[in-house]
Design a protein around this ligand. Structure first.
Ligand code: FAD
Length: 384
């Protein structure tokens, strides 16, 4: 189950330009628990009714679309293991056998176009532009979530510091690590947990670290892909759609699942669904006609944002999820203490990448790593 939420503050609408869904709304999910504890779950509005329209302008039978969509999802959510194949190849093959098995010839193209919609939704989930680039083995390590959260010591938080260099394995006063900020400030530390996005690592890893990252780490940063997705928010004075509608999915009648990818020349075809945001009097949706022109438009630009440079990681064909373990490996310096530079963030979690809870749990993992190190050191000290 996924939850989606948006907030309304003092009559103005706040929208989630980035992460919006809690994937896996259960007590096992630390993000869910965090929101529950803070009382924010009460603010999540009911999702409205799902609707489907074809690009020819007519409403598609919701039962048919829902059944076809579920059949497509079952195929596309397959967890491959060491197949070395692409998701696109698998999806085209399996959906074709479903289509071939249909008795009613009229149903075949309708089914194909719904399968294509499932493929496009998957591109959004993964942040990739072509199903044929995504590894079929992408989710072989995915797991259920666990753990609860401890409160974060807010007084220890330093905000608005852009890091320009991380010097490690050195001797700065008594510390091995020195973080240099854009404003000239220097922060000395025993350990640094680097959580910048994979997109930022791709752009800056070669110049950010002194000494440079090991070759193996640089190769992993290069191999992994960092996708990009965009959200377009349209605000209308009044809703022009049915009252109880929560989403409108567009089914392109000539689409097939054979090669689902984003084509720059046909970008409109990849605007495949609209979500109606709540509360109702603040509706936003996509629809660019003169008759229903929006009051305001907001478009995200994550790829060009200096501090993220995309959306989230995905595994390209031929790259095993275990490379994320390599990305997560700490840098061990020659000086004490070991594990001076640690790595967290969604791209370091082969079991939950691309999600907020993955990012959060990767932080727990590194905190646990340090805690274990100090526990071990302390007990050793005691023995000595
Ligand atoms: C449009 C969109 C929709 C999404 N929807 C969902 C969703 O519904 N559900 C879900 O679970 N996930 C969703 N995600 C994914 C989710 O947002 C990410 O997986 C998660 O935010 C990753 O967290 P992170 O801590 O790894 O990285 P980030 O959130 O990228 O955090 C990295 C931090 O490093 C900072 N930084 C970068 N460079 C520097 C520097 N030089 N100096 C100092 N700081 C720096 C950045 O400012 C940023 O604060 C979505 C993402 C996008 C873009």
């Amino acid at each position: 189950m996924s939850l989606s939420f948006s907030f309304c503050v003092k009559g103005n609408v706040c929208v989630d330009t980035g992460a919006q869904y809690i994937h896996g709304a259960s007590e096992k999910n630390p993000v869910y628990c965090l929101l529950k504890k803070s009382g924010h779950l009460n603010q999540i509005p009911e999702m409205g009714k799902e609707t489907f329209y074809s690009n020819k302008g007519h409403k598609v039978d919701a039962n048919f679309a829902r059944c076809a969509y579920e059949a497509g999802e079952e195929i596309i959510r397959y967890r491959g293991s060491n197949t070395g194949r692409s998701l696109g190849e698998h999806y085209a093959e399996k959906t074709q056998s479903v289509i071939d098995s249909l008795q009613d010839d009229d149903e075949k193209p309708r089914m194909q176009s719904v399968f294509a919609l499932v493929g496009k939704d998957m591109l959004i989930d993964v942040g990739a532009s072509d199903l044929h680039r995504i590894s079929l083995d992408s989710w072989q390590y995915y797991i259920n979530m666990g753990d609860s959260l401890n409160d974060f010591p807010k007084d220890r938080l330093l905000l608005k510091r852009e890091v320009s260099k991380i010097k490690w394995d050195g001797s700065f006063s008594v510390y091995p690590v020195c973080v240099i900020c854009e404003n000239g400030e220097e922060i000395l530390a025993d350990h640094v947990i680097v959580t910048i996005s994979l997109g930022c690592l791709k752009a800056q890893a070669s110049s950010l670290f002194i000494p440079s990252l090991p070759t193996e780490k640089m190769e992993v940063i290069d191999k992994l892909c960092f996708g990009n997705i965009a959200k377009i928010f349209l605000e209308y004075k009044e809703a022009f759609w049915e009252n109880d509608v929560g989403s409108i999915s567009l089914i392109y009648e000539d689409d097939t699942p054979v090669s689902v990818s984003t084509n720059k020349m046909q970008w409109l075809k990849n605007v495949q669904s609209f979500s109606v945001l709540r509360p109702k009097e603040r509706l936003m949706l996509y629809q660019m006609t003169v008759k229903f022109s929006p009051k305001s438009i907001l478009c995200t630009k994550w790829r060009s944002s200096k501090f993220i440079k995309g959306s989230y990681a995905f595994l390209p064909v031929g790259v095993d999820g275990q490379v994320m373990d390599t990305l997560a490996q700490p840098l061990v310096g020659s000086r004490h203490p070991p594990d001076q530079i640690l790595f967290a963030g969604e791209a370091t979690m082969k079991t939950l990448y691309g999600t907020v809870q993955g990012a959060l749990l990767s932080g727990h993992r590194e905190a646990d790593r340090l805690a274990a190190h100090y526990k071990k050191t302390t007990s050793l000290d005691k023995q000595v």
